[in-house]
Design a protein around this ligand. Structure first.
Ligand SMILES: C[S@@+](CC[C@H](N)C(=O)[O-])C[C@H]1O[C@@H](n2cnc3c(N)ncnc32)[C@H](O)[C@@H]1O
Length: 430
């Protein structure tokens, strides 16, 4: 069979992965942003895997470089990481991994680096992997190891191991189209083994598959969404006809889950990102959902608000994403304690502002996919301290564990992502 003349060759794939890892390291970009849809699977595997194992790979590469590479050659450094990832973690034969990675130096326009890449990878391939620091041992940055241990001492080091594993693929059955048992029967008939997740419409596949192969995917029977994220819809009041604001809505998973549980709700989707709202609109079309309104705007001000209070507000706040490291291992590479502090400041600003658009007697649900108390209980603590008409509403649930002001699910192997929820009610007549 003739190879596809237009398909990128093995060296090109390695160079692409190296550029993506370089963009995470030096520009703080997320891999999902850098690698659009349609990226070849090997590039994704190399880039995500290198970020997942970044700290141990970095240690091994640094130990074999006689001096640091110049700023303008950091793409070569990223290529070394990608090359070593193949040697240590993929079943690519060593000689192929080394020769294709060496050939990628030409694709990067750095043919002078052939000898360097060849030498470092060969020396690394010959030596057994060893670790000399906690960062290398657990493949997490030191600040995150410290913060996670301080928050969840009884769950470390399992949390680190879980974070370095693969995320399961969870589905949300679109109950506007199918009952959950009926969709399970479709999965059974298609041969996709599954189990129920923590939320009522969640199913977790034993083996991930491309979404388009799921029964009824094009017809909107199902969506891909982590089981923990699906819990949000169960914690909001579902009074028929109620006006609900989803203040950080895109790409829409929680808003759609809510509509599937309670189709008569009038859900307004607000988000600061036009691009993400475009994805939300097309997902609404696929699933067959109608939102009351879709607004581009900033949840820290009210320029977008028509002045009519909402009966419920969902604040699925932008956060560090530390509960989702299996899906977004680049977070370990690009984020710093400053990101967490800035996220917490923005979360406080959102809550303070959105409290003003909630009706008296209304409910606000705050959630993050962070496992760090700085973005969770500490934010709620500050909010409750300065908001006299807010009262915490306990979340009694069979999942997760309770915290001072809410409830948290921590990531577990084969199980949900990390997610924090806190619910507050506004005093009637306030
Ligand atoms: C955790 S994601 C939301 C996920 C979404 N709720 C879902 O379930 O599909 C956070 C969202 O907040 C949005 N965002 C960030 N800053 C914002 C702001 N100041 N105002 C409104 N939305 C904002 C981001 O664009 C992003 O879409």
């Amino acid at each position: 069979m003739c190879p596809d003349a237009g398909a990128p060759g093995p060296a090109e794939l390695r160079a692409r992965a190296a550029r993506a890892v370089d963009a995470v390291r030096r520009r703080g970009l997320a891999l999902d942003e850098v690698l659009g849809t349609g990226t070849p699977p090997l590039v994704r595997e190399l880039a995500f895997g290198t970020c997942r194992r970044y700290f141990s790979l970095r240690g091994a590469v640094d130990a074999r470089l006689s001096h640091p590479l110049r700023d303008r050659d950091q793409d070569v450094y990223a290529l070394l990481l990608v090359g070593l990832y193949q040697l240590r973690h993929l079943r690519v034969p060593d000689h192929a991994a080394v020769s294709e990675t060496v050939a990628a130096t030409r694709v990067l326009g750095k043919p002078w680096a052939r000898g360097l890449v060849n030498g470092v990878l060969r020396r690394a391939a010959e030596a057994p992997a060893s670790t000399s620091s906690e960062e290398e041992r657990w493949d997490h940055p030191a600040w995150l190891l410290d913060a996670t241990r301080a928050a969840w001492p009884d769950r470390c080091p399992e949390l680190f191991e879980t974070n370095n594993g693969r995320a399961p693929m969870a589905l949300r059955v679109n109950r506007a189209k199918h009952g959950v048992p009926a969709y399970r029967a479709l999965l059974d008939a298609a041969g996709f083994a599954h189990r129920p997740g923590v939320a009522p419409a969640s199913l977790v596949l034993e083996t991930p598959v491309p979404a388009a192969r799921l029964p009824g995917y094009d017809a909107g029977s199902v969506a891909v969404q982590d089981e923990a994220a699906q819990v949000a819809a169960t914690l909001l009041p579902q009074t028929p006809g109620a006006r609900v604001l989803d203040a950080c809505a895109a790409p829409g998973g929680k808003a759609f889950g809510l509509l599937e549980a309670a189709p008569s709700l009038a859900v307004t989707a607000l988000d600061a990102s036009e691009d993400r709202l475009t994805r939300l609109r097309s997902e609404a079309d696929r699933l067959g959902h109608r939102l009351a309104d879709v607004l581009a705007g900033d949840a820290t001000d009210t320029a977008w608000w028509d002045g009519t209070p909402y009966d419920a507000v969902l604040v699925d706040a932008p956060c560090s994403g530390t509960g989702t490291l299996r899906r977004h291992p680049d977070i370990k590479v690009s984020r710093t304690p400053d990101h967490v502090r800035n996220a917490a400041d923005r979360q406080r600003a959102m809550l303070a502002n959105l409290w003003g658009v909630l009706s008296s007697g209304g409910t606000l649900l705050y959630c993050t996919c962070s496992v760090l108390p700085e973005e969770n209980d500490a934010v709620m603590e500050d909010f409750l301290a300065v908001t006299p008409d807010a009262a915490s509403v306990p979340l009694d649930a069979p999942w997760g564990r309770s915290t001072d002001h809410g409830r948290i699910l921590l990531p577990s192997p084969g199980g949900p992502d990390g997610f924090y929820f806190a619910r507050v009610a506004k005093a009637p007549g306030a």
